[in-house]
Design a protein. Structure first.
Length: 78
């Protein structure tokens, strides 16, 4: 399955785009997407945060066609 999603902040800088497309086996899981995203740039960390439909997702979440996927770097603030 082809999964396309948004990539934010320093991760977008690392891959040179705010959008990414990866190919993962069916059923597409967040864990498979996370692993595929880390291969897009040597600057990507081994466990980037993945959100599906605007909610943080664990590796076992299955991604359905049409789901909104985002790769989000850690954020801090106060």
């Amino acid at each position: 399955m082809i999964v396309a999603g948004r990539v934010f902040a320093s991760y977008a800088d690392a891959i040179g785009s705010d959008r990414a497309t990866v190919s993962v086996p069916d059923p597409a899981t967040v864990g498979a997407v996370r692993a595929a995203v880390t291969t897009l740039s040597p600057s990507m960390p081994p466990r980037p945060i993945i959100a599906v439909n605007e909610e943080y997702a664990t590796d076992d979440v299955i991604i359905a066609p049409g789901d909104e996927v985002a790769v989000i770097p850690p954020v801090a603030g106060g």
